[in-house]
Design a protein around this ligand. Structure first.
Ligand SMILES: NC(=O)c1ccc[n+]([C@@H]2O[C@H](COP(=O)([O-])OP(=O)(O)OC[C@H]3O[C@@H](n4cnc5c(N)ncnc54)[C@H](O)[C@@H]3O)[C@@H](O)[C@H]2O)c1
Length: 268
């Protein structure tokens, strides 16, 4: 299999190193907008070469992996799927726009391309996927963050909350995911993945809690439905090279790639 990785930052570089060790991956094309970054990564790998644009090697490529930004995802998604090439998206927030999502889904179906969305920085999506086959009454994502993660967010400032002065756990937002992804752009990927898989952006509830005692974030996924109830709590550690990204997000991209290249579907 030949893959293209768009974005050689925290997730993309870990993924490229892991892919380099996968026997099933024969070639890795790397792209980054920061001059020299893709070249430096490629020089440390056995199977990688640098390209300038995602369309350059699309004809030879089986899977494109976006690990760059929402803007990059919005640009490359239609180009890739309309050429019948599979794509994995990490910047899931790009799919919040319903019109964009349905237009790329239709294109992908028509061109027989698949869109893969890894579970990212949250656990429990296996249960959400299974339970969404039946009736779901409630899906709530409770995200707890420390003061550093919530400082400078306009909505928090507008609520009159001084994140450094808060001394006990405080709910700073509780409402629909659609609103949450606009107010808390750094939380957008997890909320988007949960909403897309479950009951959509309007019915999924997001609660954001400020906890002065914690340094990294946690996500609690609470689901109630025909199947019963589920409460799944993920306590993330930040990526050593990018504190904004949970380590688990890169791991989920690597594990998704393994499943795809090996055609292994345990626990799906
Ligand atoms: N799904 C999830 O749960 C989850 C979790 C964490 C991060 N993410 C998202 O994954 C993406 C990558 O995260 P990261 O931590 O690796 O970020 P990062 O900032 O460490 O790396 C991103 C890299 O992409 C490059 N880039 C940006 N735009 C580009 C473009 N148009 N073309 C080529 N390269 C481009 C940047 O130069 C940078 O090197 C981000 O959008 C982030 O929000 C998703």
């Amino acid at each position: 299999m030949r893959i293209t990785i768009v974005g050689c930052g925290s997730i993309g570089s870990k993924l490229a190193r892991a892919a380099d060790e996968m026997a099933e991956v024969k070639r890795i094309y790397l792209i980054d907008i920061i001059p020299g970054l893709a070249e430096s990564l490629a020089s440390q790998l056995k199977k990688a070469i640098v390209i300038e644009d995602v369309e350059e090697e699309l004809y030879h490529c089986d899977l494109v992996i976006e690990a760059a930004s929402q803007d990059a995802a919005r640009t490359i998604l239609p180009k890739v799927v309309s050429r019948g090439v599979d794509i994995m998206i990490m910047s899931v927030g790009a799919l919040v726009d319903d019109d964009f999502m349905s237009s790329v889904s239709e294109k992908a179906k028509a061109c027989e391309a698949r869109i893969f969305i890894p579970s990212g920085a949250v656990c429990g999506l296996d249960g959400l996927r299974s339970s969404s086959v039946g009736e779901l009454e409630e899906v709530e994502l409770v995200t707890t963050k420390g003061p550093r993660s919530l400082s400078g967010i306009q909505y928090v400032i507008d609520q009159g909350i001084d994140v450094d002065a808060v001394t006990e756990r405080t709910i700073v937002y509780s409402g629909p995911a659609r609103e949450a992804v606009k107010l808390f752009p750094k939380n957008v990927n997890v909320a988007a993945t949960v909403s897309l898989l479950g009951i959509g952006f309007d019915r999924t509830k997001v609660t954001v809690v400020l906890d002065p005692e914690i340094r990294s974030n946690s996500h609690e996924l609470r689901i109630k439905g025909e199947f019963g109830m589920m409460d799944c709590h993920t306590f993330n550690v930040p990526s050593p090279d990018n504190p904004k990204t949970s380590y688990l997000a890169a791991m989920s991209a690597i594990s998704a790639l393994k499943r795809i290249v090996r055609n292994e579907w345990i626990g799906i």
